[in-house]
Design a protein around this ligand. Structure first.
Ligand code: SAM
Length: 354
């Protein structure tokens, strides 16, 4: 075994542990088989050995898992598909190793190419946290809303008012929505107006995903862990909804894009900038430019044309102690920032504070 293979095997072991901790028994098992095979110089080793980047930083194991999931979703890997709940399968440990290695060997060319595709998801469960912030902002303004999102991926969370939310203690949204988000709600239910008047939606991303394009949809779905069927189902439903109701997601860096979007001259419209789990990917200098652009626009906001920033992202305070990103809302005029609560990173629970 080469030094490179040792590092690669270690990255698979590390990812196996994370998948186990984060509730994907299937991926933990597949990654364990893959790790052993890499150590033995087998079929998986032949695919991943020449990977040029840092296997941990580049999330090499997830690149391979994404490629495998795409083969399953395309219907060309029936033996492996038998273990994948996303296509109706049921994991069977006794036959999984042989099915994995057989698939990897048969599709080695495709899988080698798929290692160049960086994992990218668009987590619809986060809409529950963004709804809390947007709903709180909307309760303070009677007019329409122009919703902007930075780091929007496929823009699925720009459709947050078109989803149905079931929180146990309260629910919100059309009962006939094809996208249902079930989450645990901790704390008092907020008072969110029955209908949010969203009059415009637009997003940006450095690598936007077009929900109308089949291969892009396949790519997003392939990075949802295949045994997390609820997440898979709602991502699929949200992609279909987004394909029917297209929203522009501009290919742009968030700082450059925001500088062109914050025209607050429309009286009767509140501009809301939302973001979820993207801050950690943005260089500090860009973060500072984003902050400055928003502050400057906030200075021009008025009671008739206010500005709001809806945030479900890495915390400014030590909110990881709360088990997930912070939900915060800043509103201009004034620029007062309020922590509204915290949420699990995929939106499994929301804790609101009054
Ligand atoms: C973890 S994903 C989150 C996507 C989406 N906000 C969600 O919560 O599902 C982070 C996204 O931020 C985008 N991104 C990273 N840096 C960016 C930047 N400087 N400007 C705009 N988008 C960026 C990535 O391409 C990716 O789609």
């Amino acid at each position: 075994m080469t030094g490179g293979a040792e590092t690669i095997a270690a990255s698979f072991e590390r990812q196996r542990g994370w998948c186990e901790q984060m509730g994907s028994a299937l991926y933990a098992q597949l990654l364990a088989f893959a790790r052993d095979d890499i150590e033995e110089g087998g079929a998986v080793a032949a695919v991943v050995d020449a990977f040029p980047g840092d296997p941990v930083k580049a999330a090499l194991p997830l690149r391979l898992m994404g490629g495998l999931h795409r083969l399953v979703l395309m219907g060309v890997a029936p033996n492996l598909a038998r273990h994948y709940p996303s296509v109706g399968g049921m994991p069977e440990v006794d036959t999984m190793r042989a099915d994995l290695l057989g698939t990897v060997h048969e599709h080695r060319g495709y899988l080698r190419d798929s290692l160049s595709v960086a994992p990218q998801t668009n987590e619809v469960g986060r809409a529950a946290a963004l709804l809390l912030a947007l709903g709180t902002a909307a309760s303070q303004f009677k007019g329409g809303i122009r919703l902007l999102e930075i780091g929007a991926a496929a823009g699925l969370n720009l459709h947050l008012d078109r989803y149905r939310y079931e929180f146990g203690s309260w629910s919100w949204g059309s009962a006939s929505s094809p996208v249902r988000i079930e989450a645990e709600w901790r704390g008092d239910p907020p008072s969110i107006t029955e209908k949010l008047r969203i009059e415009g939606r637009r997003g940006c991303d450095v690598a936007p995903i077009d929900a109308r394009d089949e291969s892009s949809r396949l790519r997003v779905l392939s990075f949802v862990w295949a045994d997390q069927v609820e997440r898979f189902g709602r991502t699929e439903a949200a992609l279909e909804l987004a394909a029917r109701e297209p929203v522009d997601i501009d290919r742009a860096d968030a700082a450059d894009w925001l500088a062109t979007q914050l025209d607050l001259s429309h009286s009767g419209t509140m501009t809301v900038i939302q973001q979820s789990v993207m801050w950690q990917y943005v260089p500090e200098e860009t973060q500072r430019r984003i902050e400055r652009t928003i502050e400057r626009a906030g200075g021009a906001a008025s009671a008739n044309a206010p500005l709001a920033r809806s945030w479900f992202d890495v915390p400014k305070v030590e909110a990881w102690n709360h088990g997930g990103p912070e939900i915060a809302l800043t509103m201009w005029p004034g620029g007062e920032r309020r922590t509204l609560g915290w949420g699990q990173a995929h939106g499994a629970w929301i804790e609101s504070i009054s």
